[in-house]
Ligand binder design. Structure first.
Ligand SMILES: NC(=O)c1ccc[n+]([C@@H]2O[C@H](COP(=O)([O-])OP(=O)(O)OC[C@H]3O[C@@H](n4cnc5c(N)ncnc54)[C@H](OP(=O)(O)O)[C@@H]3O)[C@@H](O)[C@H]2O)c1
Length: 330
């Protein structure tokens, strides 16, 4: 590889460096794409639903690519990920944020396709194209062997694989493992605020005692961009947590009251939580599932000695949850 193109190189005679961001249209991806674009990168963002994200095509030096034409509707179902090779040709950085919280079936195959197969296809294509730097999105609790859910095991397997592959193919890999992420447009606090509105005074909740360290999406995006040129992060994996830990019950109660619909949160016993998960699997969009319930069995918090991200939930959430909020979306 030409030295002048190296990650961390001071000069780049080609001018703009190019990043390909998979999952760049999502809640986290949009922040990372925006920061990269502001930092002067050309950012290529493939999407299966480019028409839904037309606004991003107007961001400076962001190229939104409609993957429908090359990948039908689902990148993960294509063994050779057609189109990726062309997209990655000449790229300096690949960021992979693609992930799902729920699959269509219940046997783990959907998680495998999206978290493992797609990741392998993308990183192999990056290696073929000589891309020197790769940032990977995992999740706190991801664990190939001992994960409690398909989500956690497939995330763990993918994360282990990208580090092994990076070492073998001389790609500088960094992975991030956030707890639940909050910010305008999140699907966590916003979902509970929306549900609270529909509940008649009480809010029955599965795993109300489950622990989280919510981390701000802006902090997550900053960590990605700061890592790009920092050799100390090469080959490393980082847990990302916000400054405080909360129980799920506390977070739901907070989302409900901040959005103007205070509710009394009642923890469900295990058997009722399992029943609720089964029922909700049949609702449109599968808002909750047995796999989600399994993930909740383990604390989603960082070790006490872990460096915490600075932004407090209470300083941001009202700006998009409050009834008069103007930042409902981002
Ligand atoms: N949000 C959280 O609280 C949280 C916490 C820990 C870890 N994470 C991880 O962070 C990542 C991003 O999360 P997010 O909240 O930003 O998710 P999101 O808003 O749902 O965005 C998901 C992105 O992945 C892409 N995608 C989904 N399925 C795909 C498939 N089969 N083929 C190709 N692309 C696909 C989507 O692209 P198109 O639809 O445009 O094609 C979209 O850009 C995920 O890996 C997630 O597991 C999130």
């Amino acid at each position: 590889m030409d030295e002048s193109h190296a990650v961390g190189g001071i000069t780049d005679p080609r001018g703009q460096r190019r990043a390909v961001v998979l999952g760049g249209t999502g809640f986290v991806g949009r922040r990372i794409v925006r920061l990269l674009s502001e930092a002067g990168w050309e950012v290529v963002v493939p999407s299966r639903f480019a028409a839904r994200h037309k606004d991003m095509g107007l961001w400076p030096s962001v190229v939104l690519v409609d993957m429908k034409s090359v990948a039908q509707s689902d990148l993960a179902t294509h063994r050779e990920a057609p189109g990726l090779a062309e997209l990655l040709d000449g790229a300096d950085l690949l960021v992979n944020l693609v992930g799902i919280l729920n699959e269509r079936g219940n046997d783990g195959q959907g998680f495998k396709r999206v978290h493992i197969k797609l990741t392998k296809a993308a990183l192999r294509a990056a290696a073929d194209a000589g891309v020197p730097r790769y940032l990977h999105m995992s999740a706190l609790g991801a664990d190939e062997e001992n994960g409690a859910s398909h989500y956690q095991r497939t995330k763990g397997k993918a994360e282990n694989w990208v580090h092994r592959f990076g070492r073998k193919h001389d790609i500088a890999v960094t992975s991030f493992r956030p707890s639940v992420i909050f910010g305008p447009g999140d699907s966590f606090l916003n979902r509970f605020a929306g549900l609270a509105k529909l509940m008649p005074g009480i809010f029955p909740l599965a795993c109300a005692g489950a622990r989280f360290s919510p981390v701000y999406v802006g902090d997550v995006a900053r960590r990605y961009v700061e890592a790009i040129n920092d050799p100390a992060t090469f080959g490393e994996s980082y847990d990302l947590c916000g400054p405080h830990d909360y129980s799920l019950g506390e977070l739901v109660s907070y989302a409900a009251s901040t959005s103007g619909h205070p509710r009394w949160v009642i923890g469900l016993p295990g058997w009722l939580a399992r029943l609720q998960a089964r029922v909700m699997e049949w609702l449109p969009g599968k808002p909750f599932s047995r796999d989600n319930l399994a993930s909740l069995q383990r604390p989603n918090t960082c070790e006490p000695d872990c460096q915490r991200e600075p932004t407090r939930l209470e300083d941001i959430a009202p700006s998009y949850l409050a009834p008069d909020a103007c930042l409902a979306r981002w």
